[in-house]
Design a protein around this ligand. Structure first.
Ligand code: ATP
Ligand code: LTN
Length: 330
């Protein structure tokens, strides 16, 4: 079993990134089935983040920020491999090779590509189009079997399976077909200002950032949109806003949704929102305390990333040798 995932250094992480992805990484690391020998691979995918507008002066800080978020959330660098994608050049190399077997039509179907090119009409670059192939390269380079991500990424993992299948058919069995692992509930956290839209860095008003102060968190929850009626009841079709808040409450507190509904029976949205703010503030406090320690010691974080890249590179080189042989390049 090989577990691998990654996040782009495109800005401060929000609770959608945490609840949809990082939280389950920490749970995987602490589970009984965790294999101490192989561990998990967590990448800061900087090459992916170049596909949208960015400020080169900020890039190094953004990369370090995501690495600190991983560590502060509880990813243990002794048990896992944490590194920066561009530090292992085989990612870009394998991506090119896989592009030559990826049909254009498959890439045209990708909803993230369609969304991002709509949002960003002036910068629809070839990298944005080929983005899912680079993601496939990240995954296949380490012969990954499990990819824990939010459900917006499931389509990309599905394409990775197709690319693996195609490669195996053409050049001989090489890659296992990886599976997406979604958080059981709340694989998609919605925006606080629009429950029909996913919580996303590009709409900051609707996000609770992991680094928000207590006051900001309380304010954002207080002003979060709600649905008509007063009942605290989970119903994604008729009450999408309250259902989203219930999911956040459930994932942070560990309490089941029926239990939370019962606790707030005959109480209004105001009480429920105060309770939710308490739970979120409490959970993020520990994360923020941990993060401060890493902020004070960026050299330690850089060292962890250098060691991670070294470990990753060894596996990547082995896979590339096999791939190049099979493709007739050596
Ligand atoms: P954004 O659109 O917010 O900029 P993104 O989807 O482009 O984010 P990343 O920041 O790389 O990209 O996402 C990192 C991880 O967080 C992925 O596993 C993704 O599925 C997950 N994720 C992002 N947003 C949400 C959300 N609203 N709910 C659940 N998971 C999410
Ligand atoms: N596209 C992903 C980030 C990502 C990733 C990966 C996730 C890049 N490479 C490999 C899992 C495995 C996103 O979250 N936007």
């Amino acid at each position: 079993m090989r577990i691998l995932s990654g996040i782009q250094p495109t800005g401060t992480l929000h609770i959608g990134n945490y609840l949809g992805a990082i939280k389950q990484w920490v749970e995987l690391q602490n589970s009984k089935n965790f294999d101490e020998k192989t561990g998990c691979i967590f990448i800061v995918v900087d090459l992916h983040s170049l596909t949208v507008d960015y400020d080169p002066k900020q890039m190094q800080k953004m990369i370090l920020d995501v690495a600190m978020d991983y560590l502060a959330a509880g990813i243990d660098p002794k048990k896992n491999t944490i590194f920066v994608q561009s530090h292992v050049k085989e990612h870009a190399e394998l991506s090119w090779l896989l592009q030559t077997i990826t049909p254009m039509g498959e890439l045209e179907r990708m909803t993230q590509y369609k969304d991002k090119s709509k949002q960003n009409k002036e910068n629809i670059n070839a990298g944005l189009f080929a983005y899912p192939v680079l993601m496939a390269a990240d995954i296949l380079l380490y012969k990954t079997t499990i990819v824990p991500v939010g459900d917006d990424q499931a389509q990309h993992v599905e394409l990775t399976r197709e690319i693996a299948r195609k490669f195996n058919n053409k050049f001989g069995q090489t890659f296992p077909e990886p599976k997406t692992q979604l958080q059981k509930s709340g694989a998609r956290i919605m925006s606080l200002t629009n429950p029909m839209q996913k919580m996303s860095k590009s709409i900051p008003q609707g996000c609770i950032f992991l680094t928000d102060s207590e006051q900001t968190i309380r304010e954002k929850i207080k002003t979060a949109v709600t649905d008509s009626g007063k009942e605290i009841k989970f119903n994604e079709t008729n009450k999408p806003a309250i259902s989203n808040l219930l999911t956040i409450y459930h994932l942070f507190s560990g309490k089941s949704i029926p239990e939370i509904e019962k606790n707030y029976e005959n109480k209004g949205y105001g009480d429920f929102k105060t309770g939710l703010a308490d739970v979120v503030v409490d959970n993020l406090r520990k994360f923020q305390e941990n993060r401060k320690k890493f902020e004070k010691d960026p050299e330690l974080v850089k060292k962890i990333l250098t060691q991670g890249a070294k470990k990753a590179q060894k596996i990547a080189e082995e896979t590339m040798e096999e791939v190049k042989k099979k493709m007739g390049l050596i």
